[in-house]
Design a protein around this ligand. Structure first.
Ligand code: CMC
Length: 427
C-alpha cells in the first residue's frame, strides 16, 4: 500500500491515494472521489489538475527548470539539433548515429506534399491567416495519406510523414500567399536549412544559407518542442482521447495554439512593440495600461501559468537575439524597446507581486524578424517546433494504462425543472 491522504467531508473521513512523481511532485488521486463521496472538484483552467502521468517533459515553475526526457533545455539548446530533439521526445532517448541517419532519410523521403493539395491553398482568400490554413491542411492530409495506426512501425511512418510534411506545407502557404512559385524540398539540405530554403529561395534571388541563421531557427524550434500539458497539447490529448486520427488531433492542437494568450503571443508582442515604435507612445504607458483593472489590455509576452520566475526559454532566446543581430550586423529598434520595457517591468511592484516575467514569446519575434519571417508566420513557426511534443504526448496517451476518454463534469447553475410552453402561450 502506497502513501495516502485523508480528507474530511461533512464529518466523514475518506482515504485517497497519493501519487508521487519522479521529481517528488505530489498529487491526490481523485479517481474514486465521486464514487466514494458523491462530490466532484471545481478547477477552472485546470491549474490544480494533473490530467495524466507523463515521462516526457519536466517543468519546475518556481525554479525555472525545463527538461526534455530529463535533459536540461540549456544543454539541448547548446548541443542538440531540432531533428535529434524531436527523436528524443518521440522515442524517449537520444538516437545513435545510425538511428539519426535513418530518421533523416525518412524525413527526406516523406517531405513532398501531394500536388493536389496545392489547389486547396490557391482557394484560400489571400488575407487568410497561415495558422488557419495550416490547421485545415493538416486535417486534410488524412484524406491524402490515410493513417497507419496499428503496428509500431506503421505509427512511425505516420509520425514521420507529419514531421516532414508540416514543414513543407508551412513554407508552401507562405509562398502561395505572396503569389510566388512554390519551392520544393531538397534532399541535400538538413531539416532547418531545407525549410529556410523553401521559404526564401526564389528564381530571381537564390537563397544563401547562413549557418548562424540556421542555428538560430534550430534553437528556436528546440525551445518550443514541448512544454508538458499546455493548452494546445491538452487539446491534442483531449481530441485524441476520442480515438480520432492523429492528423485531426494535431490540427486541433494547431487551432488551440493560434490564440494570443498561447502561441499567438509571439505575433502579438511584435505588433504591440511595432505600435509603440510607430506612434512614439512611451513604453511606461504600456506598463500603466497592464496595471489598470478596467483595461482588458495584457502585456503580451509576460506571465505564465506555470513559471513564477524567469522563463528559462526566454533567457536563452534573449541571449540569442543579441548574438544573431550582432552576427548579421543588424539593429532592430524593437529590441531596444523590448529591453526598456523589461527593465521597467522588472522594477514595478505589480509585475513583481504577480510574478510577471518575460516568457518565451517576448524576444522570439525579434529573432524571427531578423531571419526575415513576416509576423503572421511566427505562430506557424511555433507550431512546427511544437509538433514533436504533440506527437510524443499523443503517442504516450496511446500506451497509457490509465487512459480514458476525456470528459470533464460541470457544476450546473442553470434553471431548475422548467416546462415547455407552446409559442402562442409565451409572454
Ligand atoms: N499583463 C498584465 N497582467 C497580467 C498578465 C499580463 N501579461 N498576466 C497575468 N496578469 C495578471 C492578471 O490580470 C491577474 O491579475 P488579477 O489577479 O489582479 O486579476 C494576475 O496577473 C494573475 O494572472 P492569471 O490570469 O491568473 O494568470 P494565468 O496563469 O491564468 O495566465 C497567461 C497566464 C499566460 C494567460 C497570462 O500571463 C497572459 O495573458 N500573458 C500574456 C499572453 C502571453 O504572453 N502568452 C504566452 C504564454 S508563454 C507561451 C505559451 O506557452 O504559449
Amino acid at each position: 500500500m502506497g502513501e495516502s491522504v485523508r480528507i474530511e467531508i461533512e464529518g466523514k473521513t475518506y482515504e485517497l491515494p497519493l501519487i508521487i512523481g519522479s521529481e517528488g511532485e505530489k498529487a491526490i488521486d481523485i479517481n474514486e472521489l465521486r464514487k466514494k463521496t458523491g462530490l466532484i472538484t471545481y478547477d477552472p483552467g485546470f491549474g490544480n489538475t494533473g490530467s495524466c502521468k507523463s515521462a516526457i517533459t519536466f517543468m519546475d515553475g518556481e525554479k525555472g527548470i525545463l527538461r526534455y526526457r530529463g535533459i536540461p533545455i540549456e544543454e539541448l539548446a547548446e548541443y542538440s539539433t531540432f531533428k535529434e530533439t524531436a527523436y528524443l521526445l518521440i522515442n524517449g532517448r537520444l538516437p545513435n548515429r545510425a538511428e539519426l541517419n535513418q530518421f533523416s532519410v525518412l524525413l527526406n523521403d516523406h517531405s513532398l506534399v501531394h500536388e493536389d493539395m496545392q489547389l486547396f491553398y490557391q482557394n484560400f482568400p489571400r488575407a487568410s491567416h497561415p495558422m488557419g490554413i495550416l490547421s485545415s491542411m493538416v486535417n486534410a492530409t488524412r484524406s491524402f495519406y490515410p493513417e497507419l495506426q496499428t503496428a509500431e512501425e506503421e505509427i512511425n511512418i505516420t509520425v514521420t510523414r507529419l514531421l516532414a510534411k508540416v514543414r513543407t506545407m508551412a513554407a508552401m502557404s507562405y509562398k502561395i500567399s505572396r503569389g510566388h512559385k512554390v519551392v520544393y524540398p531538397r534532399s541535400d539540405l538538413a531539416y532547418c536549412a531545407n525549410f529556410l530554403n523553401m521559404m526564401f529561395d526564389s528564381p530571381v534571388k537564390p537563397y544563401v544559407i547562413d549557418e548562424d541563421v540556421v542555428r538560430a531557427l534550430e534553437v528556436f524550434w528546440i525551445l518550443h518542442a514541448d512544454h508538458e500539458q499546455n493548452c494546445s497539447t491538452s487539446a491534442v490529448r483531449v481530441v485524441g482521447s476520442g480515438k480520432v486520427n492523429l492528423y485531426a488531433a494535431i490540427s486541433a492542437g494547431i487551432a488551440a495554439l493560434w490564440g494570443p494568450l498561447h502561441g499567438g503571443a509571439n505575433q502579438a508582442v511584435i505588433e504591440m512593440l511595432t505600435d509603440v515604435h510607430a506612434s512614439g507612445y512611451k513604453v511606461s504607458r504600456l506598463i500603466e495600461r497592464a496595471k489598470e483593472k478596467q483595461d482588458p489590455f495584457r502585456m503580451m509576452g509576460f506571465g505564465h501559468r506555470v513559471y513564477k520566475t524567469y522563463d528559462p526559454r526566454a533567457k536563452i532566446i534573449k541571449g540569442m537575439c543579441h548574438k544573431l543581430l550582432n552576427k548579421l550586423h543588424m539593429k532592430d529598434p524593437l529590441l531596444d524597446l523590448a529591453m526598456e520595457l523589461e527593465e521597467i517591468a522588472m522594477r514595478d511592484d505589480f509585475f513583481k507581486e504577480n510574478n510577471l516575467y518575460p516568457n518565451v514569446d517576448f524576444y522570439s519575434g525579434i529573432v524571427l524578424r531578423a531571419i526575415g519571417f513576416p509576423s503572421n508566420m511566427f505562430t506557424v513557426l511555433f507550431a512546427i517546433g511544437r509538433l514533436p511534443g504533440w506527437i510524443a504526448q499523443w503517442k504516450e496517451s496511446l500506451d497509457d494504462p490509465d487512459w480514458r476518454l476525456s470528459r470533464p463534469r460541470q457544476i450546473y447553475i442553470g434553471s431548475v425543472l422548467n416546462h415547455y410552453v407552446p409559442v402562442d402561450k409565451r409572454k
